[in-house]
Design a protein around this ligand. Sequence first.
Ligand SMILES: Cc1cc2nc3c(=O)[nH]c(=O)nc-3n(C[C@H](O)[C@H](O)[C@H](O)COP(=O)(O)OP(=O)(O)OC[C@H]3O[C@@H](n4cnc5c(N)ncnc54)[C@H](O)[C@@H]3O)c2cc1C
Length: 500
Amino acid sequence: MRSDGRPAGAPLRVGVVGGGVSGLVVARELARAGAEVTVFEAAEQLGGRIAGTELAGRAVDVGAEAFATRGGHVRELLTELGIADDCVAPAPLGSWLVDGTDGSAAPLPPAGTLGIPAAPLSAATRRVLGLRGALRAAAEPLLPARVGRGSETIAELVHARSGPAVLEQLVRPVTLGVYSAPPERLPLGVLPGLEAEVRRTGSLHRAARALRGRTSAAGGAVATLRGGMSALVGALSRAVREAGGELRTGVRVTGLDTSRAAVGAGTGNGIGILGTVGDAAGSSELVRVDAVVLATPESAARAILGLPAVADAESTVEVVVLALDRAHPAVAPLVRAPRGTGALVNAAAGTPRITAKALTHISRKWPHATHRDTELVRLSYGRDGAAPATLGLPDDAVRELALRDASAILGVPLPDDAVQGLARRTWRMPTRGDRAPITPPAGVLLTGDWRSGAGFAAVIPAARRTARELLTAHGVCAHAAPPAPPRAAPHDPTPERHSA
Ligand SMILES: Cc1cc2nc3c(=O)[nH]c(=O)nc-3n(C[C@H](O)[C@H](O)[C@H](O)COP(=O)(O)OP(=O)(O)OC[C@H]3O[C@@H](n4cnc5c(N)ncnc54)[C@H](O)[C@@H]3O)c2cc1C
């Protein structure tokens, strides 16, 4: 008998709850180390917040659309999965900043991370910040290192060191667009290495440049996959199955029975995973395992563990993709003179004329997405503390709103008859706030972007760490055993229904 209650020689049985990237990465790592792994996914498709759809005959991402190249973690996984050659870098057009109140627009000045200007006195930066704001920003490296020390949020640090113009005109639209959160809600840790670099260089601007330099050295700030981000879900799912893991979709986990779990050196009879399959009423025990990884959003993890819900643990965002007819005369200027790869909207003050927070000009940003008949633009709505203006509206109203926003952001009036089609999808995103940390019961581990920070560059290494932690706790070496042969999936009602 092993210390975790498993009979000697018995494989480690693990249930992974959640079939997004976090859950799939954990499952792959565990299955490769010889564990008997089952993934339970509530939706009918795997992938979580990665989802593709077809629009005007084109495959488009309506969830996550790219990944940050920082740290090289995503690239490393793609290489292991054999799909690194499908990586695509964005066109080097830069992006724009649009004032959501008066509609004025300017190219986003060359910046270090977070939109902090790399050249505060350049014409591009002065255009956005005004002369006074630019001079204040230029003075930042000359300020004593103690200025801003003790700041807890990005807003506090930027305001103290770079001044209000940099905070309001550059950093705020960037954090709202990238993190769906205002800088007041972002702790310094949102950007790994920022605090250490500020300490090392004595300057926020030097730190931002240094962090950007590292990203660029890793091959540019973002990239995507030729087949859309769904290609990652397909490759990961295949890898899990090939390593012997089982993927069950349409299974909602509702609770855990930990009453018979082994604790310390006790002999236990495992953890029961309770849930519902498809439309079945009432929970039943789905399986008994030695360990569980909860790779769901925070609200689901709390519900499964029987913990009280936290108000506003997640905010809602909506993605709207418009397919525009390239042959329409109104669309031609978008192709000839695009506003870079897209724009961030600064809607800090006044009554916003533009309700979207950002626009990606898909067909200009990604060279592989260019098409002779269709021009694709993607708008994002909603953020921490503000529901999307599109939420709950019928498609016709969303089409009208998105077309008006796209026209204002791109500086080109787009008529309704230029629209070939629309795709939309709402999502929940973790918010950041002070809440008591969760201490899961023995044998249960937590992972996901609400713990690691959003985005694949954070989620993937965190999921790998979770898998390693679990294997170590159960005395299994990572990759110790050859992968088990694929198991049949007798309980899987929809084994092929994933988004690959
Ligand atoms: C619109 C949008 C755009 C984004 N763009 C980017 C981007 O460009 N680059 C980037 O790096 N990141 C981006 N992100 C963030 C990125 O998508 C997430 O950080 C990442 O996908 C999180 O993965 P995850 O596996 O932790 O969570 P999820 O993908 O949310 O997976 C959790 C899974 O758990 C399942 N689940 C929940 N409850 C249960 C239950 N009770 N039983 C069983 N299963 C359950 C859910 O159905 C879901 O599939 C974007 C996110 C959104 C919404």
